[in-house]
Write a protein that binds this ligand. Structure first.
Ligand code: HEM
Length: 150
C-alpha cells in the first residue's frame, strides 16, 4: 500500500514536471525582449539610418531628412516605435501608414533591397542572431507591397 502511494506521487510529480517544461518551452520571450528591448532597438535604428545615409544606392531619398535634425529625430523615433510595437514591445507607432509615408517616391525593388541590406548590416554590427534577424525581416517584408511602386 505504502509503495503504491509512493508510485502514484512520483507519477503525479512527473506529469506536472513534464507539463511545466513544455509550457516553458512554448512561452518564448517576445522578439522585442530577444532583441534586447528599447535600448537595443534604438542602437540598431541609429546604425541603420547612418548606413542608409552613407548608401549611395538610396541616400538621395533621404537628402531632406538628414538635412533637418528635427526631421531626422522624428524619422528615427517613428522607426523605433514601429519596430518596438511590431516586435511586441510597449511602444505605440503614431506615424503614417506605409502607403502614405512612401507615396510618390517611386521606390523600386532594388531600392527596397538596398535598404534591407543596410538594416541587415546594422543587425550584424550588433550581433543580432540569425533567428532574430529572420523574425524581424518576416515582420517588415510584408510591408513591401505598400512601399515599392507607390
Ligand atoms: C520595410 C521597409 C521600410 C520601412 C519599415 C519603412 C518605414 C518608414 C517609416 C516608419 C517612415 C516614417 C513615416 C512618417 O513620417 O510618419 C518612413 C518614411 C520614409 N521612408 Fe521608409 N520604410 C521602409 C522602406 C523604405 C525605402 C525602401 C525607402 C527608400 C529607398 C524609404 C524611404 C523613406 C523616406 C524618404 C521617408 C521620409 C522620411 C522623412 O520623414 O523625412 N523607406 N519609412
Amino acid at each position: 500500500m505504502q509503495k503504491s502511494i509512493t508510485r502514484l506521487v512520483v507519477c503525479v510529480l512527473l506529469v506536472f514536471a513534464t507539463a511545466s517544461m513544455s509550457s516553458a518551452a512554448s512561452m518564448q520571450p517576445s522578439l522585442y525582449d530577444r532583441l534586447g528591448g528599447l535600448t537595443a532597438i534604438k542602437a540598431v535604428v541609429d546604425q541603420f539610418v547612418a548606413n542608409v545615409g552613407a548608401d549611395q544606392k538610396i541616400n538621395k531619398f533621404f537628402t531632406a531628412t538628414v538635412a533637418d535634425p528635427q526631421r531626422l529625430a522624428t524619422f528615427k523615433m517613428n522607426l523605433v516605435n514601429q519596430i518596438c510595437q511590431g516586435t511586441g514591445g510597449p511602444c505605440k507607432y503614431t506615424g503614417k501608414s506605409m502607403k502614405d509615408a512612401h507615396k510618390g517616391m517611386g521606390i523600386t525593388d532594388a531600392d527596397f533591397n538596398a535598404l534591407v541590406g543596410d538594416l541587415v548590416a546594422a543587425l550584424n554590427k550588433f550581433k543580432v542572431s540569425a533567428q532574430n534577424q529572420k523574425d524581424l525581416l518576416a515582420l517588415l517584408g510584408p510591408m513591401k507591397g505598400d512601399i515599392v511602386g507607390q
